[in-house]
Ligand binder design. Structure first.
Ligand SMILES: Cc1cc2nc3c(=O)[nH]c(=O)nc-3n(C[C@H](O)[C@H](O)[C@H](O)COP(=O)(O)OP(=O)(O)OC[C@H]3O[C@@H](n4cnc5c(N)ncnc54)[C@H](O)[C@@H]3O)c2cc1C
Length: 477
């Protein structure tokens, strides 16, 4: 079969999606889709396809599969690993799910919600809230990222400690397969042991096994009581000990527990308007801890203050500020949520999204920090993150006066040393951001051979022509 010309492909797309559903770049309208969030990759695309219905997605895939045309699904394009960016060939079709964005059902009695892949996460949170329910996935990018991207990266965020990752929040999925068939598994059952859990294959698959078109999600009771504290600690080991103590003392009501180094307070107060240091004196490390409950009358503030008072007495905590109102709480969270943006504004950064067992965090940071100090004088460690999950963003920012290009040029050896250290701790080199294009080699290096074999077999079974996001997660066969 002779390959179709570009003009033939475009007319095929227009037949399926209508003229409004296909962007071809004539008006510079492709640009926003072609560069990833971190500006590591800049691709080209023959067109951007913007389906409005599930039928359009399946028809599009059937066409592309028959013609061996590669497709790259894209949601909010906030991913950190280049997974949603097309390659440089100019032959791929980028499939933007933004227009497939209906909330199909909110069922408060069943504690479930069904939404389409292009729904922005913040809209799903609001829809749950309006039904007096809570959808716990929460990320700094929630005003832009979309459900399909959250599902496909198995996103984490600030509530994993209590509610789990995206995978744990899914009841059912609807997925367009490479050959255009639709897997419709959108049930809202809590128990369903009927054979293999096929839908779970697509969670965290980064668009390489199918295009997710909708999902049914778990909801929880709406949160009505909050207690939030910003505490200083001498070192990460004290933060881990504090977490264990507050979990126990609060009846396990801790929903977030974030570790923040001094340098992140310096970066955010310098670069982000309105961010202030909540404490008077400077300290080496901080913890942002939040307790939540669905019962408005729960005395969370008392519980948190009692725990902190005991910890202050024992010098486990050096100082603490407890949020007295919603404004204080928002200010603490703004400091935490804007660390990535402050890092970006400060210069080049080398990022490592790693996970080690919670109990090993302090040891890991100590060994990692020593390595950075000895080996990367042109970088400064900015290690922060969801310490309650053992997940750190073990990042390096270029030091003042360092040459950006030279610093970024150290990426390979720095990454290797840090990921090898993570492996020594039995950890993961990709905690919540996925593999994308950025970490394909890392997966090859650290995954067990039998695991890689299974992944390749699955990819071949579900996408024999290799049209779905080729080169992401796995090297093309
Ligand atoms: C400020 C900031 C804070 C962040 N904080 C966190 C955090 O705390 N935790 C966290 O986990 N991540 C975080 N991220 C990363 C990012 O926001 C998440 O990975 C998010 O889940 C990606 O969603 P998206 O819609 O932007 O996906 P995109 O970037 O568009 O795509 C991500 C991947 O999913 C695939 N994909 C997208 N839609 C579909 C679909 N419908 N079907 C199949 N494949 C699809 C793409 O091909 C790509 O491989 C943060 C990012 C930013 C910018």
């Amino acid at each position: 079969m002779a390959p179709l010309s570009s003009a033939q492909i475009l007319s095929g797309l227009e037949r399926i999606l209508g003229p409004q559903g296909v962007l071809t770049g004539e008006a510079g309208d492709l640009e926003p889709y072609l560069t990833d969030q971190r500006r590591l990759y800049h691709g080209r695309a023959l067109a951007v396809a913007r389906p409005r219905s599930v039928a359009e997605v399946t028809e599009l895939l059937a066409f592309c599969n028959a013609q061996h045309i590669s497709v790259v699904p894209q949601g909010g394009n906030t991913g950190y690993c280049g997974g949603a960016t097309p390659d440089e060939s100019g032959r791929q079709i980028l499939v933007s799910l933004s227009r497939l964005n209906r909330i199909r059902q909110v069922d408060p009695l069943n504690y479930s919600l069904v939404a389409e892949a292009g729904c922005v996460l913040a809209r799903i949170q609001r829809a749950a809230d309006e039904a007096l329910r809570f959808f716990p996935l929460s990320l700094g990018s929630e005003g832009t990222c979309q459900l399909g991207g959250n599902l496909s990266t198995n996103a984490g965020g600030i509530h994993v400690l209590r509610y789990g990752m995206m995978r744990d929040l899914v009841l059912g999925l609807e997925v367009a397969l490479a050959d255009g068939r639709l897997l419709s598994s959108l049930g809202t059952l809590r128990k369903d042991n009927t054979g293999y859990d096929v839908k779970s294959l697509f969670l965290g698959a980064e668009g390489t096994l199918g295009i997710i078109t909708a999902a049914s999600l778990k909801l929880f009771p709406k949160l009505r009581a909050f207690a939030t504290a910003f505490s200083a600690v001498a070192e990460p080991g004290a933060a881990v000990a504090l977490l264990a103590r507050v979990r126990e003392a609060s009846g396990d009501r801790v929903s977030s527990f974030e570790l923040i180094p001094r340098i992140a307070v310096d970066l955010t107060t310098r670069h982000i308007p309105g961010v202030r240091d909540p404490l008077d004196a400077r300290h080496p490390w901080y913890v942002l801890c939040e307790l939540t409950s669905s019962r408005a009358a729960d005395p969370l503030e008392d519980l948190l203050e009692q725990s902190l008072a005991g910890a202050l007495e024992e010098k486990l905590v050096l100082d603490a500020a407890v949020a007295r109102n919603e404004r204080d709480r928002a200010a603490f969270w703004k400091l935490r949520e804007t660390i990535p943006e402050a890092q970006r504004l400060d210069g080049g950064s080398l990022k490592h999204d790693i996970c080690v067992p919670v109990a090993a965090i302090a040891d890991f940071i100590e060994r990692g920090a020593r390595w950075v100090a000895d080996n990367v004088p042109e970088g400064r460690l900015v290690a922060y993150g969801h310490v309650g999950d053992g997940n750190l963003h073990f990042n390096l920012n270029q030091a003042p006066g360092a040459d950006r290009a030279a610093f970024l040029g150290r990426e390979g050896p720095v990454k290797r040393a840090i990921h090898d250290l993570v492996a020594d701790f039995g950890g993961s080199f990709s905690a919540e951001h996925g593999i994308g294009r950025l970490k394909v080699e890392e997966l090859e290096r650290y995954a067990a051979p039998v695991e890689l074999d299974l992944m390749r077999a699955l990819k071949h079974a579900l996408d024999p022509n290799g049209i779905l996001n080729p080169g992401k997660v796995l090297r093309p066969a």
